[in-house]
Design a protein around this ligand. Structure first.
Ligand code: AMP
Length: 119
């Protein structure tokens, strides 16, 4: 069941607008990548579009190129962090999937042995 989405700007919008600091590892016209503030692995980065899409399921055909770009930037920041050959890309979609910030983001996680299946 869908839960209500917060309408206020998220903390990620404030990071995009440079209202609050973040450890940014990549920025271009379409997206931003920065270190997760509570890393779950030695490398834990977040790749976010500048366009405020709340959840992956809110993306449309019009976002096709943007979503492809986010994947390629995930590749790049993983390689730059030295984990280009082994990393996990995670999207938590919706509160029941543990999404806590309702601005689409890709977790790029690695530099330790990861387990499967996830919880
Ligand atoms: P999710 O639970 O998939 O919505 O992931 C949200 C992620 O954002 C979590 O891993 C948080 O640790 C991370 N996070 C929240 N606030 C910040 C912040 N100010 N800077 C960097 N990462 C953050």
């Amino acid at each position: 069941m869908n839960k209500p989405l917060p309408s206020d700007p998220t903390i990620f919008s404030k990071i995009i607008d440079k209202e609050i600091p973040a450890d940014i590892v990549h920025e271009d016209d379409l997206c931003l990548a920065f270190k997760d503030i509570m890393p779950c692995a030695p490398v834990h980065l977040l790749v976010i579009p500048k366009k405020p899409i709340p959840r992956l399921c809110d993306a449309t055909e019009a976002d096709k190129a943007l979503l492809g770009h986010l994947n390629l930037v995930a590749n790049k920041v993983a390689a730059d962090a030295g984990i280009g050959e082994a990393f996990r890309l995670v999207v938590n979609n919706g509160a029941d999937a543990c999404q806590s910030v309702f601005h689409l983001h890709y977790h790029v996680i690695g530099d330790r042995q990861l387990q499967w299946p996830p919880g």
